[in-house]
Design a binder for this molecule. Structure first.
Ligand code: HEC
Ligand code: HEC
Ligand code: HEC
Length: 410
């Protein structure tokens, strides 16, 4: 090997001369940045399903076309390797990329803008410690006038606060930490707060629930019926850190991703802070309410000729049980789940079409997708059946609704 013949002296000399190593950020800063990047869940959006983390290319369907997340590894050509501190700060706080290109708020800079400069630079230090990967992400497919990115400058003036978080001295340290996480890094409102037609968040309906990419992010205000006001602190903490709370729900879809990639890695203290802050969100009553659950079902197969019940018997009962409490694991319990009590059945269809959980690592939590091989008629029949048998009985979805749900999902 050639390397072996080079004098070690040369390496030492190069180490001295190389500006990169002279300024190498210390391990503490990188570790801090890693925790913050995890809380910010950068990886969820900047990775394609099953792809290399942070290399981008994940598609975002917007009402007017498709954009793709970008490569944020430190590759100099296709990633952010040549970005200065200030260029990175400008992207995170103002949504403007190196070179002045305006970014779409599908990248939640309107939330990240609340982060302190130190925290953003810690995230940069972490990203720059990753192996650079060459990966050119696909070109956007935006229709006119939405491909005119400069117009976003006006949007930003109206809708990007471009302000750092300021602690409220009247509130506890936990509340303030929770606010920083929920409003900034974790950007919960990006999914849980409905948008106006301008695509800006409608904060008069803060956390009252919204549909994005075919999934309903439920009402998480303190309303006891349609929100999470009726959940105990422990149930909320358990849901956020493990993806499941007994008697309530198991997280699926984008929320399961948020739990797996981000929330499950947070300290118990940070989860507690998030719960404290969520509790203070003004209660808002919405139509997606958990109605009275039906009486407890027995484990015996009921006699019925209903198409949905027959599909349930053949395809679902071995995992979910006729009592609905889950055969292999409590994660498969349908009792008390919001998904079974939402008459629009948005997430019920999404779970049926795409499945849920992880196939290999966590077997008892895996539900296979039924979207392939099952017709829209069959899926609407089984959806209406489980809603009527285990939930509020309000769902009357049609084959057409299933067809629409298929299109809305990424
Ligand atoms: C909800 C999805 C989402 C999350 C979460 C997210 N991003 Fe992005 N990001 C995007 C999308 C989409 C784009 C491209 C936007 C566009 O094309 O206008 C982008 C663009 C960027 C860019 C601009 C890159 C370039 O080459 O122009 C940077 C930098 C960036 N993100 C960093 C981050 C960091 C750091 C985090 C975590 C703290 C993060 N992003 C979290 C979706 C996301
Ligand atoms: C990427 C989008 C997204 C983000 C970010 C997100 N959520 Fe969710 N959340 C969802 C979706 C979708 C569901 C419904 C999941 C399901 O049906 O299994 C959900 C469900 C929930 C539920 C369960 C509600 C119920 O009644 O069953 C809670 C609680 C919750 N989210 C809290 C949060 C908090 C707190 C944050 C921020 C720390 C957050 N979410 C961030 C999309 C998101
Ligand atoms: C191999 C076992 C398995 C099969 C078969 C299966 N499921 Fe599931 N199902 C699960 C598991 C495990 C979960 C929880 C996944 C998670 O953690 O997100 C789940 C979740 C669900 C949920 C969401 C519950 C909630 O709290 O949000 C619904 C609804 C559902 N399944 C319905 C069905 C229907 C209807 C069928 C038949 C067409 C079916 N399942 C077939 C294992 C299965």
């Amino acid at each position: 090997m050639i390397v072996a013949r080079v004098s070690p002296f040369l390496f030492i000399l190069f180490a001295f001369l190389s500006p990169a190593s002279a300024q190498a950020p210390n391990a503490d800063l990188i570790a801090k940045g890693q925790y913050l990047a995890t809380a910010g869940d950068c990886v969820a959006c900047h990775t394609t399903p099953g792809g290399t983390p942070f290399v981008g290319g994940r598609a975002f369907k917007l009402p007017f076309g498709t954009i793709y997340s970008r490569n944020i590894t430190p590759d100099k050509e296709t990633g952010i390797g040549s970005w200065s501190d200030d260029e990175f700060i400008t992207a995170m706080q103002k949504g403007v990329a190196k070179g002045g290109e305006h970014l779409y708020p599908a990248f939640p800079y309107t939330a990240y803008t609340k982060l302190s400069r130190d925290d953003v630079l810690a995230i940069k230090a972490y990203l720059f410690s990753l192996t650079p990967v060459k990966n050119a992400t696909p070109e956007d497919a935006l229709s006119f006038p939405f491909n005119q990115r400069w117009a976003l400058a006006f949007w930003n003036i109206l809708f990007n606060p471009d302000k750092r978080f300021e602690a409220d001295p009247k509130q506890s340290a936990d509340w303030n930490r929770g606010a920083y996480l929920v409003e900034g890094l974790e950007h919960c409102g990006e999914c849980h707060t409905p948008r106006r037609f301008t695509q800006s968040l409608n904060n008069s309906q803060k956390f009252a629930g919204a549909v994005t990419q075919g999934w309903m992010a439920y009402n998480i205000t303190a309303d006891s019926d349609s929100g999470v006001g009726g959940w105990s602190d422990d149930a909320l903490a358990s849901y956020l850190s493990t993806g499941h709370a007994d008697g309530h729900s198991s997280a699926a879809g984008p929320m399961l991703e948020a739990v797996n990639d981000s929330l499950s890695h947070l300290t118990a203290q940070d989860i507690h802070a998030i719960v404290v802050y969520l509790r203070s969100a003004a209660p808002i009553k919405t139509v997606t309410a958990v109605a009275q659950n039906p009486p407890a079902r027995s484990a015996a197969t009921p006699p019925t000729a209903d198409l949905g019940a027959q599909i349930f018997a053949g395809e679902c009962a071995n995992c979910h049980g006729w009592d609905g409490i889950g055969v292999q694991s409590p994660y498969a319990s349908m009792v008390g789940s919001r998904t079974l009590n939402d008459s629009a059945a948005t997430n019920l269809m999404a779970v049926l079409i795409g499945g849920s959980g992880a196939p290999s690592s966590d077997r008892p939590r895996f539900m296979p997708p039924f979207g392939v091989g099952r017709s829209d008629d069959q899926l609407s029949a089984v959806a209406n059946f489980v809603n009527s048998y285990f939930g509020n009985g309000g769902s009357k979805i049609t084959a057409d609704d299933v067809a629409k749900a298929r299109k809305a999902l990424p």
